[in-house]
Design a protein around this ligand. Structure first.
Ligand code: HEM
Length: 503
């Protein structure tokens, strides 16, 4: 944490920088004579229906909460600016935000944990969300990523099940190691990401000290309409810091909002965090020839074969003015893409294209893109969509149908995607399994660890796995043995010791 806790001075700072706004009003703007005393028939009598001040207050209060995000419910956000620092990206991508060195694009970022509810502790062993909304001149581009370059599964159909298995048990409302390990031991393609999760990297020391990744492979199209496949990396200029399991548990009790507080304080004291953006690039021809599946999010691309190319940097220098308005209401979606950036055949990414805006319509209402934090740089937008709840701008008298003869917005053929995805292998429509070569990278990850790292990884995993049924544990030992026999043996020995020590 940087210096004194700035979260404690928010109200005093407000008071010293703002005069009184004058009298309080009802939501309709009518002045009120009291906000403290309800209207009653006599000092001990019942309340009166004509107490509009009381009714207004309660009615608003009763509707304060909106549905929390179905995943990534706990998070923190901030505003900042992205600056292009090299000519690299424009070779591969025609997006205007990359066209000139030095060009700046405003952005909002939300960091999050994944599994916990909106009131959960920040310092849990969990993947972290790393979502960026770039307000580009061509509309919003959302990079809704993570602090890991890989993910547990590659099949989007499984996402709801994976989330059910990792969140609370529907009967006990408590996290359940049986469902967690049952699911993952039956889907061993998750072992690469599980090894990251239970390693030292599994509990970042706040949001500033972690890298971000687009994780997926994205399709980029350059100004000559040439296709490239690209992975995005955001490397922290604060360096990487993690917490031990014991320290994290202690902080979770003492200060559940630890990472949120840390980010707020850093920005409030001018210690602005920043990340440098890099890309890995693969040509379309190469993507057809490489021996691995470049669209499989359970695996990384080798940095030797696909070196990181520097693109730009972003800095966060503004805290939210109001959490609910700027962070709870922000709506990221992998489907928010701009000309030059398109979905690759990555199946999980394709699955995500539907989910986010669908959940936003449920969580924030159909006009969520008109909320100030979600508005594109060019607002109001011009199209033929109209009406619906919570509308801020309905495009006035512009024609609401197409074709029209009255000056409505027109189509831009240049905005067309490269729709001609080359479909690799058979193009017979079917439901194809996504799991191939699921152990090689996990084995490399385990082998590259030193003894201490392996010890902590296996201890953390054993602690969690020891809560699962013995047949699930045995299945998991089998998965681990396929990564490395030592991995399996170490976890098994530690699980047995934990169980033996239990009363
Ligand atoms: C949040 C779905 C995989 C990153 C969410 C939300 C949903 C969702 C419904 C809540 C959004 C909201 O209420 O605003 C899915 C589905 C996936 C998937 C269906 C797979 C099929 C992934 C992957 C990543 C990711 C692979 C990263 C590479 C995030 C992040 C958030 C999020 C960062 C939080 C966004 C925020 O801060 O508001 N996801 N997700 N998700 N997801 Fe995913």
């Amino acid at each position: 944490m940087s210096g004194a806790d700035q979260t404690l001075s928010q109200l005093p700072d407000y008071a010293s920088s703002h005069g009184s706004p004058g009298v309080a009003t009802l939501s309709g703007g009518q002045p009120v004579d009291t906000v403290t005393t309800s209207l009653t028939a006599g000092p001990r009598g019942p309340l009166l229906m004509k107490d509009l001040i009381f009714l207004n207050t309660m009615a608003n209060f009763d509707r304060e909460r909106i549905p929390e995000r179905v995943v990534h419910a706990k998070g923190a956000g901030a505003f900042g600016t992205f600056t292009v620092t090299t000519e690299e990206a424009k070779q591969y991508c025609k997006a205007k935000m990359f066209d000139t060195k030095g060009k700046k694009t405003p952005l909002v970022v939300r960091f999050s944990t994944v599994g916990g509810g909106s009131g959960s502790a920040d310092t849990v062993r969990d993947v972290r969300g790393f979502a960026i909304k770039f307000y580009t001149e061509e509309g919003n581009w959302d990079m809704t990523g993570l602090n890991t370059p890989i993910f547990f599964i590659a099949e989007p159909m499984l996402f709801a099940s994976m989330t059910h298995a990792t969140k609370k048990n529907p009967v006990t409302n408590v996290r359940d190691p049986n469902s967690f390990w049952d699911f993952f031991s039956l889907r061993p393609e998750s072992i690469n990401q599980l090894t990251v999760l239970f390693s030292d990297a599994g509990i970042p020391d706040g949001y500033r000290y972690m890298d971000g990744f687009g994780s997926h492979t994205f399709k980029n199209v350059n100004s000559n309409n040439k296709v490239f496949y690209v992975k995005y990396h955001f490397l922290s200029n604060q360096g990487l810091r993690t917490l031990t399991a014991d320290k994290a548990a202690q902080i979770a009790g003492a200060d559940p909002d630890y990472s949120t507080r840390d980010l707020y304080n850093a920005i409030a004291t001018g210690d602005y965090p920043s990340w440098d953006m890099y890309i890995q690039v693969m040509s379309a021809d190469e993507a057809e020839k490489v021996k691995f599946d470049p669209f499989d999010i359970t695996k990384e691309w080798s940095k030797q074969d696909y070196p990181l190319k520097e693109v730009g940097t972003f800095k966060l220098d503004k805290n939210p003015t109001n959490y609910f308005q700027d962070v709870e209401s922000v709506a990221f979606a992998p489907s928010n893409m701009i000309p030059g950036i398109e979905p690759s055949p990555d199946r999980l990414l394709q699955g995500r294209l539907f989910s986010y805006q669908d959940t936003h319509r449920h969580r924030l209402g159909p006009n969520f893109e008109q909320l100030p934090v979600n508005r594109p740089a060019k607002f109001p937008v011009t199209n033929y969509e109209r009406d619906g709840f919570q509308l801020f701008d309905n495009q006035g008298g512009a024609p609401n149908y197409f074709p029209n003869s009255f000056g409505g917005p027109v189509m831009d053929p240049k905005a067309a995607w490269d729709y001609n995805d080359k479909i690799s292998g058979s193009c017979t429509i079917g439901r194809y399994d996504t799991t191939t070569d699921i152990y090689t990278q996990a084995t490399a990850r385990f082998t590259s660890m030193d003894d201490g790292q392996r010890d902590r990884l296996t201890s953390a995993m054993a602690k969690s796995l020891s809560g699962a049924q013995s047949f699930i544990r045995d299945r998991m030992y089998g998965v681990l043995a396929k990564v490395d026999q030592r991995y399996s043996d170490m976890v098994k020995t530690k699980v047995n010791a934990i169980i033996a020590a239990q009363p």
